[in-house]
Design a binder for this molecule. Structure first.
Ligand code: IVH
Length: 665
């Protein structure tokens, strides 16, 4: 078989496996086997990029970095829908439809209104050629690389008798579980939380690195088929056929013969919609027959043949008893409203988040106010407004504290940031305990047998005031503690001991640098190879790392400048933790590159970046993180950093290609 035939065969096989998995829930191979085939295909594609197909499943894992999205004109404008909020509005709509159709028979299809981002997928000769955002309805952004990461969107359609060009439109969304996990991660590293899944989805689809989008596991429900040819005669037929073709059509739609059935659909989904994997904010009612849709036509903004009905978000008024201020691991202060318990959408609500000081001002809160609470996209309900009719005199305005409620230190608010924080990171109890909890978690040092209560006790007994103290714990320290038996002491000590084997990237995450989450830690670990290089890195050098922005770079520099942190790292080093990045054991191949230094930038055909690094080191060379006058070679691959290239040229550093490097070897 020629390489091209092999690529074709693997592409078809993997696309078929994906189709079977998402369409029919059939796993013909294990995940490991699937990944093996994918790696095989990726290797072939790297070797023969001229044969990579547009519908290659390797695109699903992302990797494309788009500097700017191309703006494209929609072949059919992307319109919006008129909104209604009452049964009366709906009957009026139905009346207009009836009159417009001259009293003929007609039917509706009712669907849920998914709360995400409208996307349009273009297919040419059965292959997904573009994924486009709505934009202003006339022009949108080409976000194809990001759309291809959505596994339920077919990259290829095998259905016969389809027009050469057609479009499928739908709502791209971030599933609720993904949203919650993402926000948990953000909270953990002191990042501002994402307001709701819709904002999270729209932010994600606009990301320039499709590799990050792929990790977010986005999804899309399809609700419209468009082409210049009349392929289907009813919407119902199009939904059924789209599903058969492998598109992800939510099976929540129903055909309704009259308004009574429409209203029944609405009330049936009012509660049930909360069990779906995404947020929905209403119902879309669409005329079923395409011929009848043509008779009714469009207004300037929206079709006359469809309308949306928005559910009232359930809102109740209750007493604001007090506001407490929680201090997080990074010192962030979050106000929380303590409410008189009230029933809302099936659960009793006692607390609501207020986010930050700006929100207190926006709501103009007084203690003793009656406030309206709603469940938005988030799990914790939020206060939407004060019930001013019920405000009594002599109430006291809610004032954001100027000092930390836990340790009394004066709070700080940085320019441009909405959050206040307590700077006393070495003496403020919840920050200290939070840092230890962060340090021992599974994704970090993974120290088992240490729960929140044990940490609390160790802290109060003065045994552990800093994660480094864990490594000084002795059996004798714990013997006298209440409830600690020989076995549990042994478990804790062996858990601490085992953590000395945890790889550097997890240690780096565990030490808790602000804004450095698990993914960023991994990137920094690979790029800088170890803590010493990272600690020396300047802001400019940090900014060279893919995906590292100014905020993270500043935070890292600030962290390593702090002498307490330096001492903390020194103690951990002395305890024997891993502070260098060991991807693979380096086997010495020769000394051909001895004394030579290299910087690697871009992507390569024959090597992953890490492999290239290993290759250099195995031959006696050294890999540096930034271009300087002392550097010998900059190995530039595809999409090499322009600032690095410019700097190398300015400093007369040799810029070599991957082939040059291979020859050198
Ligand atoms: S049909 C001509 N169906 O609502 C309009 N839209 O205001 C065709 N949406 O931009 C849209 N769920 O993003 C349709 N089942 C559904 C929908 C839906 C959500 C969104 C879509 C559109 C907006 C219209």
């Amino acid at each position: 078989m020629t390489p091209q035939e092999q690529i074709n065969q693997l592409t078809d096989e993997l696309n078929d496996l994906n189709f079977q998995y998402y369409q029919n829930s059939i796993s013909k191979v294990t995940d490991i086997e699937f990944d093996k085939l994918l790696v095989q295909l990726r290797d072939l594609e790297n070797q023969y990029p001229e044969f990579v197909r547009e519908d290659s499943p390797t695109h699903r894992v992302g990797g494309t970095i788009s500097k700017e999205f191309e703006s494209v004109t929609h072949r059919f404008p992307m319109l919006s829908l008129g909104n209604t909020y009452s049964a009366k509005d709906l009957t009026d709509f139905d009346e207009r439809v009836r009159k417009g159709l001259g009293e003929a028979d007609y039917e509706y299809i009712c669907e849920l209104k998914f709360d995400g981002v409208a996307l349009s997928m273009w297919y040419e000769n059965g292959t997904l050629s573009r994924g486009v955002t709505r934009g202003d309805g006339v022009r949108g952004d080409d976000i194809t690389a990001n759309v291809k990461t959505i596994r339920t969107i077919p990259l290829n359609i095998s259905a016969k008798n389809m027009p050469v060009r057609f479009e499928v439109r739908g709502e791209g969304f971030m599933p609720l579980i993904t949203f919650e996990a993402l926000n948990k991660e953000r909270e953990d590293i002191g990042e501002q939380l994402l307001a709701n899944p819709r904002n999270a989805a729209s932010g994600t689809f606009k990301m320039q690195d499709s590799g990050v989008v792929a990790k977010r596991k986005m999804d899309c429900y399809m609700y419209q088929f468009l082409s210049n040819d009349d392929v289907f005669s009813t919407h119902e037929e199009s939904l059924i056929r789209m599903k058969e073709m492998g598109f992800n059509v939510s099976q929540t739609w129903e055909k309704c013969k009259n308004m009574e059935e429409v209203l029944a659909f609405i009330s049936q989904w009012d509660k049930k919609r909360h069990t779906l994997p995404l947020n929905t904010d209403g119902i879309v009612i669409k005329l079923n027959s395409f011929a009848q849709r043509n008779i009714l036509g469009y207004t300037a903004k929206s079709p006359r043949w469809a309308i949306s009905y928005k559910y009232q978000s359930e809102s109740v008024s209750t007493l604001l008893e007090s506001v407490s201020y929680q201090v997080g691991r990074t010192g962030n202060i979050t106000p929380v409203a303590n409410l008189k318990p009230v029933l809302l959408a099936g659960t009793t609500v006692k607390r609501a988040s207020i986010h930050n000081a700006n929100e207190i001002i926006r709501l103009d809160l007084y203690l003793g106010d009656y406030v309206f609470v709603e469940k938005g996209g988030e799990i914790i309900p939020k206060i939407t407004r004060v019930d001013l009719d019920k405000r009594s005199n002599n109430l006291v305005k809610v004032q954001f504290p100027t000092t930390c409620p836990e340790c009394g230190t004066e709070l700080i608010r940085k320019d441009g940031e909405a959050n206040h924080y307590c700077p006393n990171d070495k003496g403020c109890p919840p920050q200290i305990k939070g840092k230890i909890e962060h340090f021992i978690q599974r994704k970090a040092l993974n120290i088992e047998n240490l729960g929140t209560e044990t940490i609390d006790m160790f802290y109060h007994k003065g045994l552990v005031k800093n994660p480094a103290d864990l490594y000084d714990l002795k059996r004798e320290n714990l013997l006298n503690l209440e409830g600690f038996k020989e076995k549990s002491i042994q478990n804790i000590l062996s858990g601490v001991e085992k953590s000395k084997e945890i790889p550097f990237k997890q240690v780096l995450f565990g030490i808790g640098i602000r804004f450095v989450g698990a993914t960023v830690a991994e990137k920094l670990a690979i790029y800088f190879n170890g803590i010493d290089n990272l600690a020396k890195a300047t802001q400019e050098e940090l900014l060279q790392v893919p995906e590292i922005g100014l905020r993270i770079a500043q935070s890292v520099v600030e962290y390593f400048q702090n002498t307490d942190n330096q001492e903390f790292i020194a103690r951990l080093k002395a305890a024997g933790l891993q502070f260098t990045y060991n991807s693979v054991e380096i086997v010495v191949e020769g000394e051909g590159l001895a004394g030579k230094t290299f910087v690697i930038s871009g992507t390569f055909q024959n090597f992953e970046r890490d492999d290239l690094k290993i290759k250099i080191e195995a031959n006696g060379g050294k890999v540096l993180s930034g271009v300087s006058g002392k550097l010998n070679y900059l190995i530039a691959g595809a999409e090499a950093g322009p600032s690095k290239l410019e700097k190398a040229q300015k400093l007369n550093v040799a810029v070599i290609s991957e082939d040059d490097f291979i020859k050198m070897l």
